[in-house]
Write a protein of this length. Structure first.
Length: 248
């Protein structure tokens, strides 16, 4: 009987040891679980911080993109203003150069005519005036005093650059509209810009203005019905910007 009690005591002690061992293991597992939960919380906090940082970076990226677009628009506007200022500067330089040339050739027989119209190209007004004087010299009485004065003015004044430019402009206009059948933005508009015309496209017609001046504008149909439309358009343009009935 005593041996049985001892055996039961031993078994109970073993069970208690096992129970304490299980409790120790359970405590260790609880500790590990707590550590992992704390680590998970830190990771979740880091993830939230990273997400916030990512959102800030995306906001900054959009702001930089918008700033870049605004800067690009400002650059384009500055370039346009610079082109306008450069054109004005070139015009002033041309005026100064002509003034210097006029002063260099000035003498007691110089005739100075004041005008407010600016030249659209070099020697424009001078070439027109000399052309008109040349035509007038052929229409007055031969051998008359007025013919001699006109001929003297023509011989002592030259505007070859303006005359040659006007001739090239006339030829380019004739060539451009020689076979005109239908308006094409990519070809006609580009060529007209090269010749100094501004182009305004409407639904069924186009308005072109020589150097943007409303006084020298011509309208043309986009799809003319007349086969001679190109010739008539070229003639209307020549009449508007030259005003001379016959080519020189």
């Amino acid at each position: 009987m005593r041996s049985q009690i001892e055996e039961l005591s031993r078994q109970i002690e073993e069970k208690e040891q096992q129970l304490r061992s299980y409790e120790n293991q359970l405590d260790e597992l609880r500790t590990q679980l707590q550590q992992r939960e704390e680590k998970l919380q830190r990771l979740e906090a880091d993830l939230a911080e990273y997400q916030k940082l990512l959102e800030q970076l995306e906001t900054e990226r959009q702001e930089w993109r918008q700033n870049a677009m605004n800067l690009s628009e400002q650059v384009q506007k500055q370039e346009q203003q610079l082109q306008g200022q450069q054109a004005e500067l070139d015009h002033l330089r041309a005026q100064l150069r002509r003034r210097i040339e006029d002063l260099a050739q000035a003498d007691t027989n110089t005739i100075v005519l004041a005008r407010s119209e600016r030249d659209f190209y070099r020697e424009e007004a001078k070439s027109f005036i000399l052309e008109i004087l040349s035509r007038a010299a052929d229409q007055v009485h031969k051998g008359s005093r007025v013919q001699h004065i006109l001929q003297d003015l023509i011989q002592n004044n030259h505007a070859n650059e303006g005359k040659s430019y006007r001739q090239r402009l006339r030829e380019d206009i004739n060539h451009l509209f020689r076979d005109y059948r239908k308006w094409c933005d990519n070809s006609y508009e580009a060529e007209l810009h090269k010749l100094g015309f501004e182009v305004a496209s409407e639904k069924n017609y186009v308005v072109i203005r020589f150097h943007g001046d409303n006084r020298y504008q011509v309208s043309l149909a986009k799809t003319p019905s007349d086969q001679r439309a190109g010739y008539e358009i070229a003639q209307n343009i020549r009449n508007k910007i030259f005003g001379l009935t016959e080519p020189t």
